[in-house]
Design a protein around this ligand. Sequence first.
Ligand SMILES: *[C@@H]1O[C@H](CO)[C@@H](O)[C@H](O)[C@H]1NC(C)=O
Ligand SMILES: *[C@@H]1O[C@H](CO)[C@@H](O)[C@H](O)[C@H]1NC(C)=O
Ligand SMILES: *[C@@H]1O[C@H](CO)[C@@H](O)[C@H](O)[C@H]1NC(C)=O
Ligand SMILES: *[C@@H]1O[C@H](CO)[C@@H](O)[C@H](O)[C@H]1NC(C)=O
Ligand SMILES: *[C@@H]1O[C@H](CO)[C@@H](O)[C@H](O)[C@H]1NC(C)=O
Ligand SMILES: *[C@@H]1O[C@H](CO)[C@@H](O)[C@H](O)[C@H]1NC(C)=O
Ligand SMILES: *[C@@H]1O[C@H](CO)[C@@H](O)[C@H](O)[C@H]1NC(C)=O
Ligand SMILES: *[C@@H]1O[C@H](CO)[C@@H](O)[C@H](O)[C@H]1NC(C)=O
Ligand SMILES: *[C@@H]1O[C@H](CO)[C@@H](O)[C@H](O)[C@H]1NC(C)=O
Ligand SMILES: *[C@@H]1O[C@H](CO)[C@@H](O)[C@H](O)[C@H]1NC(C)=O
Length: 460
Amino acid sequence: MNFYFIIILLIILTINSSEENNPCLNNLNKFYNKSSICLFIDEENNHLWCSGYYGHWKNNSTSIKSLTICNWPELSLNPEELVSNFPNIKNLIIANSNLTNFSSTFSPAKYLEKLQISETHLEIFPKDAFKSLTRLRILDLRNNSLAKIDPNELNEMMMLHHIYLAGNPWKCNDKSMTWILNMTSGSLSRRIVDRDKLHCSIPFEGRPLVSVIEIIMQLEEECKLTICECELVYVVGRIGRQTTKQLMAFSSVNCSHRNLTEMPKFIPTNVTTLRLDGNKISDLTPLVTNQVYRQVLDLYLDNNVIESINQLESSYWLENFRVFSLRGNKLTDLPTYALENVLLQSGNAVSIYLGDNPWTCDCLFTPGFQDLLISYTSLVKDIHDVKCHTGHIDVLNKPIRDLTRTQICITNDGEYFIKPIDMLNIFLASMIILILGKVIYDYWSFKKTGKLPWLVAKMP
Ligand SMILES: *[C@@H]1O[C@H](CO)[C@@H](O)[C@H](O)[C@H]1NC(C)=O
Ligand SMILES: *[C@@H]1O[C@H](CO)[C@@H](O)[C@H](O)[C@H]1NC(C)=O
Ligand SMILES: *[C@@H]1O[C@H](CO)[C@@H](O)[C@H](O)[C@H]1NC(C)=O
Ligand SMILES: *[C@@H]1O[C@H](CO)[C@@H](O)[C@H](O)[C@H]1NC(C)=O
Ligand SMILES: *[C@@H]1O[C@H](CO)[C@@H](O)[C@H](O)[C@H]1NC(C)=O
Ligand SMILES: *[C@@H]1O[C@H](CO)[C@@H](O)[C@H](O)[C@H]1NC(C)=O
Ligand SMILES: *[C@@H]1O[C@H](CO)[C@@H](O)[C@H](O)[C@H]1NC(C)=O
Ligand SMILES: *[C@@H]1O[C@H](CO)[C@@H](O)[C@H](O)[C@H]1NC(C)=O
Ligand SMILES: *[C@@H]1O[C@H](CO)[C@@H](O)[C@H](O)[C@H]1NC(C)=O
Ligand SMILES: *[C@@H]1O[C@H](CO)[C@@H](O)[C@H](O)[C@H]1NC(C)=O
């Protein structure tokens, strides 16, 4: 190794050593990123910089106070062995590595004050990995692959007041990180310097951890007031500069198969999807009267006993829904005109399900209903299951969309459908026959007995 070369490197490094966050992304790394080598980069503080294996370093390692390890080539690293090589170490940096786990704890490092593990693939560390580091003041775990941390691992470390955790794919959709909301004095969460910079991984990719956990905990509290299952489905907000206020939550509540006879009186706030399948609900009035349903966009009411949705006419809910599923109910007709109006004006509606209901097929309701089905074929997702249940024998069990007008009207009229006007005609005809009969009887009676009919006799 050329002596002058190292001197030049040292100069370059002093310039770059302010780049404290990325201890490996410096010029030294560019030269040695493929090799195993150790160099002093700061003689005064006995700072040793290693790329790859440190093992061959056999110089006076007890004097070394600071150690940086870059490009560690293995998936695992044994801290016990490392520290036994450098027993007096105060400042340890492990960075730029494919490391995913440690194979032991850091227990022998009794002088360690600052530990930084950055830009690695660290996903997990053994139980009590850091617990015996009684002097540790700074723990920097930024830019790794950690999904969760057990707070008990770090809680009792009294000297540890600066913890950095940003740049990890935190798991937000279970309870493993709820401790982050505990801000009582002395809590772990208070010691996390970059608490507001923590972000979630899939499915809430990039959303701020603290806000998402807050939303989830609130949903859980509210869910306890129901008999349903609740789930946060989606959180929107601008990536980068989100604040709690900019986040919008979309939750889903599943109250299916709960033997409900009416719609729940309470559902958590910000619920957009509500499943009420397989209950015994007949009345949809709460959709109009109960404010909690205003934000429900997707409503599933399959396999209930709903006979009518007439109450919903011109309601806020009907004008704003996105999915409305009414399969397997007891609907015989619909407020066709009102529904058509809504679909014409609202840009929200995406899906309607109307199949497996006992639809009436007659000349009064069906033509309008069929027009609606045909105009909104793409909305009525189960249009082939919308079939006649009552009506003329020719149309029974046929999809309403495919019927001809003749099938719907003419045959029906001719067969057994008696309109009010027909009843009136029959009534009038029988009156005429009755009066004629009376006249004939009166004539016959006059001829025979000479008596005038009672009415004529009374006339003046
Ligand atoms: C973590 O990554 C970000 C973005 O890539 C970078 O700005 C920051 O300096 C890194 N921090 C550490 C400690 O590696
Ligand atoms: C190592 O450094 C060389 C020279 O700068 C660079 O071209 C190469 O991409 C680096 N390799 C890695 C794995 O960083
Ligand atoms: C190890 O120490 C010896 C003297 O003690 C020195 O000559 C040598 O350069 C050192 N090795 C390195 C890699 O610095
Ligand atoms: C090793 O380091 C210790 C403490 O810094 C020092 O007292 C001792 O002289 C060093 N020994 C050698 C051989 O460099
Ligand atoms: C990490 O893994 C990648 C892909 O397998 C490889 O290219 C890279 O050289 C590895 N880095 C180190 C420091 O071993
Ligand atoms: C991580 O390492 C520890 C200690 O060697 C081991 O007990 C644990 O099973 C490892 N975890 C994973 C996920 O590999
Ligand atoms: C909050 O943290 C404190 C201190 O660590 C702890 O004593 C307390 O039990 C925690 N509270 C909850 C609700 O977890
Ligand atoms: C929840 O809904 C209310 C209005 O009902 C809204 O003001 C609030 O911002 C929503 N919260 C979230 C997190 O979306
Ligand atoms: C809703 O809950 C019911 C009963 O608990 C379950 O069978 C069903 O799979 C759930 N549906 C969804 C979409 O989670
Ligand atoms: C609903 O009622 C049926 C019959 O009464 C019963 O078997 C079932 O366990 C009930 N389901 C729930 C969720 O209460």
